[in-house]
Structure formats: C-alpha cells, structure tokens
Design a binder for this molecule. Structure first.
Ligand code: A2P
Length: 273
C-alpha cells in the first residue's frame, strides 16, 4: 500500500485512503499545500463550500499536470444550503469555484435542514455524472437510518470526526456493517494529541512520529483519514505510514484513550445528537 492506495466503495468505485484536509487552509498556503500533496503522491483532496477555498483546491488540481481522472476531489454542501430552492445553486457554485467538470465525491455536510430533499438533489447529479460518488458527513447511525428510508442510492461514505479521544466505535461499526466507508476529519485531533504520552511512547517504539502513529491507527481501522497541513514536510510525513504495522496491543491502547470528546470546532447548534 501507499498514499494513493484505495478502499472500495459500495458502488464499485475506489477512494484513496489518505486525503489532504483543507479546513482552515487559506490563500497561497492552501494552493501550495495541494500542489505539495499532489507531488508527494496524494491523490485525494478534501474541501467544502464552507471552507471558502474550493477555488484554490480546484486551481491546484488544474495546474498540477496530473491527469484529472487520477485525482479524487471531495466537496460538501453546507447545511444552510440544504433547503428547498438552494441545493442546486449550492452544487453549481461548488463546481464553478472548483473550475472542474465533475466532483469525485460530494457530501451533505451536516444532518440538518432538508436532508431528504438534499439527498435527492445529490442523486440527480450523481445520475448525470456530475458527481461520481455521493455521501454524508457527521451522520450518526440514527441519521443514516432516517436517510435509508427515502434514499434510492446509499451513501458511499460518512465523514465524521475521529481521533484517539473520539474513537466513534458505534458509528464506525454501523457504517462498516452497512458497507459505508468511514472518513475521519480532524484525524490528528487538530494536532492536540501529538504530545499525548501514550502516543509518544508508541511512536518511539516504531521510530515514527506521533502523527504517523495516529494516521496508521486510522488506516488499520479501515478508515480514510484527512490530515490537514500547510507545511510540506508534514504533508510528506503524513503520507509515510505504509512501512510499518501497529500491533493489536498498540491499536487497543489507542482505542482505550477514548474520552468521547470532540476536540473540534464546535458542532452547529441545530445538530441533534
Ligand atoms: P499545520 O497546518 O500548521 O501543519 P487535523 O488534521 O486533525 O485537523 O490536524 C491539523 C493540525 O495538525 C493542524 O494544526 C496542522 O498544522 C497540524 N499537523 C498536521 N500534520 C502534522 C504533523 N505531522 N506534525 C505536527 N502537526 C501536524
């Protein structure tokens, strides 16, 4: 395996196991980070309308001289656009900002507002080939079960916050039992977990960095991770996780760090747990 290796989605398509995350990446830095990631072998970049950097991601994808079909670009519909009359415009704006003819994955960003109607819009663009794969983000099993009732096409992925302080066993198990690939946002706990003594100790043992240990833990759980960095050496480091394997015991140590606590950015008020 390497950074461009893939997991299979429930529609037969493939998704690269590591993406460059881009939340909070801005301006030249965001553009350069995408170019650095693509030249380091990444073939998957994650953005969202909400991040206000789709145009920079799109520009890097267009400028990098790698054939478009080899790159997997994900974006997301913001929940305020998940209301009747706004959904189509939101998707069309994303395509325009990206400057691409299609997007590889498009997600409903949060299970808020008109999930059912928004999903129908995603299904329509999927059938038209403008979105190659459709999925959701921040959905718990309860939200997935509600969606299943009216969906014609099952979500290919669920992108949720996961790190060693928030291992999300219930949602991960539900998704994996239902053939939905799980993606981890904030996979490094926003960088806050890199000095945790347990992780530092494991890192020493494998002669790897704490970030590499955490990203390897995601990989061995069968989870796509989206580490965000705007620093070239970290972008390269985060992709160098394919030459070692964590033991069952070390995987377990990291599972037992679960505090069921978001290290995150605050969930929208309307989010129903
Ligand atoms: P930066 O972008 O300045 O490199 P997450 O992916 O969990 O959201 O974490 C992202 C945070 O972790 C960012 O602040 C990023 O900083 C930092 N980060 C990413 N990769 C590494 C790394 N290999 N070592 C240390 N910090 C990292």
């Amino acid at each position: 395996m390497n950074v461009s290796s893939t997991f299979k989605l429930n529609n037969g398509n493939e998704i690269p196991v590591i993406a460059l995350g881009s939340w909070d990446s801005r301006g030249d830095e965001a553009y350069q980070a995408c170019l650095d990631a693509l030249s380091a072998g990444y073939r998957h970049i994650d953005t969202a309308a909400y991040y206000e950097n789709e145009s920079l991601v799109g520009a890097a994808v267009r400028d990098c001289e790698i054939p478009r079909e080899e790159i997997f670009v994900t974006s997301k519909m913001w929940y305020e656009d998940m209301v009747e009359g706004k959904q189509e415009a939101a998707f069309e704006k994303t395509l325009k900002e990206l400057g691409l003819e299609y997007v590889d994955m498009y997600l409903l960003h949060w299970p808020i507002n008109d999930v059912k109607g928004s999903w129908k819009v995603l299904e329509k663009y999927y059938e038209q080939g403008l979105i190659k794969n459709i999925g959701v983000s921040n959905f718990r099993p309860k939200h997935l079960k509600q969606l299943e009732v009216t969906a014609n096409i099952a979500p290919a992925v669920d992108q949720i916050e996961i790190c060693p302080f928030l291992v999300q066993e219930e949602t991960v198990n539900y998704c994996q039992e239902h053939d939905i690939v799980v993606e981890a946002w904030g996979p490094l706990g926003k960088g806050k977990q890199l000095s945790e003594p347990e992780i530092v100790a494991i890192a020493k043992k494998y002669n790897k960095t704490p970030a590499q240990i955490i990203l390897r833990w995601h990989l061995q759980r069968g989870i796509v991770s989206l580490p965000k960095s705007v620093h070239k050496e970290r972008i390269i480091q985060n992709a160098d996780i394919f030459d070692f394997e964590l033991s069952k015991e070390d995987m377990q140590i990291m599972m037992s760090m679960d505090l069921r606590e978001s290290t995150g950015r605050g969930y929208p008020e309307q989010y129903e747990y």
